[in-house]
Every structure is written in structure tokens, then in C-alpha cells.
Design a binder for this molecule. Sequence first.
Ligand SMILES: [Cu+2]
Length: 302
Amino acid sequence: MRTPVKLAAYAIGLIAVFGAALGGGRLVGPTAAAPPAHGSMDATGHSDSHGDSHDGAAVPEPPGGLQVAQDGYRLVPVTGTLSTGAAEPFEFRVLGPDGAPVTAYTTSHDKELHLIVVRRDLAGFQHVHPTRRADGTWSVPLAVAAPGQYRVFADFQPAARDDGLTLGVDVPAPGDYRPTALPAPARTAEVDGYTVTLAGELTPGRSSKLTLSVRKAGAPVTDLQPYLGAYGHLVALRDGDLAYLHVHPDGAPGDGRTAAGPEIVFHAEVPSDGAYRLYLDFQHGGKVRTAEFTLTAGHTHS
Ligand SMILES: [Cu+2]
């Protein structure tokens, strides 16, 4: 959980904006940098260090996840390939501006580092939490379902910074890559007996409210369980370059005003028109599941 002051810095970054309190979906400029009316909002996946704004028109910086190195930090895979069979350790390091592996992190949503793995065609999404050895090497048992080129995102905050970073690197799973087409836009996703519906539109450059509703066997789920400090985690990846956006919901478990379902409300801001793949992680009955949607923002260019 970051402080409101840090959150304000994120708001200037303009990549992800959360909270209706920030102004009902209008473009968020420096005037919105005041602490939001409610806490427990968080954004990762970009840095504000180059964010700049003038006269209320903030200049957005590039989305997170597109770079292997940023602001002196670099994501370095130790393991060169991903396993398509049994899980094998996938290891990597984050090098700091001094060239040494980073060993001091600020915990965000219960973890020092979140690792997202997805194939370049947006299939095979995984969100895992590696463990760190004292020398700074991260390791997680990992297997992917099918061969192909994968994008690995490390979402973290070095202790030396007051904001987070998302670095991305391509790692192949050797074999016969059979890319799949992006699933057509849909408002309903089925996962493991759960039906998740999506309401809301993504408007490029504006905070957009997305409401996800979870049902099981037709009945609203009202006892969602907190997962990493929230009732849901939403990752959005842009089709075409896998620009990365990680959004946390409005409200937090135990804040006295946030229901444990069936609705989970997010405010997300995408940087451009285009198709996005949305991945909602939610926990119920002791198990984390991921519901996936394709959503088109703005005009379609087909
Ligand atoms: Cu995570």
C-alpha cells in the first residue's frame, strides 16, 4: 500500500488513474494530485520520473512494460528459455543504476515483486510471485502451456525509488509456435464455473470506470476473498505491443465500505485506441482465478 503522496505522483504519470474522487473520469492533471478521498488505490507499471505537466495538460509518459531498462534499472533473465513441460526454475535479476542486483525493495500488495508472464499473442497469462535470494536473484517454478515468444513483466518498486517500475523482456519457449488470434471483444468471461461480466468502456486518455461482477451458478458472489490486499487485480495489456497497465480496485477489504462482491470497481486509463486484453485475478473459496476479456478502446482500426 502506498501513501497518498506517492499516489499523487502516480496520478501525474497519467498512465493509470484510479478513484472517482479524482474527478469523475476527466483527464487528471496536476490539480488532481491532492490526496484522494479514499485510500487503498494503487498503480504500478510506470514511473513518474519523467512525467511533466503544464497548464493542466499532463504529458503522458510511455506506458509501462515496453522497456527492458529504465532509469538505470535493467531486467536480466538468468534462465534463457521457458519450459513447456514440468515446471522449472525461472530465474532473473533486476540490476540497479550501480550495475549490481537490487536487493532492497518496497513491498507493494504484499509482495516485493510481481511477475506477469504472457505469450506475445496475449495467451497463457500467469501472475506469479518469485522468491528472492540474498544475492538478488529471483526464482519461481514456471511452465508455460505452449511454445512461443513470451513477455515477462517484472512489476516492482526498488527501495531507492518512491515509485514503481515495470520492466519487460522477451523469453522464448522453444517449439512450434502456433499463434492464436485475439479473442473477439466480449462482456462475459467464464472461468472454472464462475461467470464474470464486464460493464464500462475504455476511453483513451481518460480515467474509465470498469465494473466487473462475479457470479457462480447464476448467484452473485458476495464473499470474495482478499487477494494480495484487494478483491481484484486487473492487468490490461495492449494488443500489438503489450503495453502494461496494472490497476487495483476502488476501496479495500475491511475499509468499511467495500463489499466483497459481486462487483469489483476499477478506474483504468489506457493510453490509446486499440484492443486490450484484460485479466482479472480474483479469489474465492481459497483459490485465485483469472477471468479474461478483450475490450476495445476508442475507435477501432480494422
Ligand atoms: Cu502479484
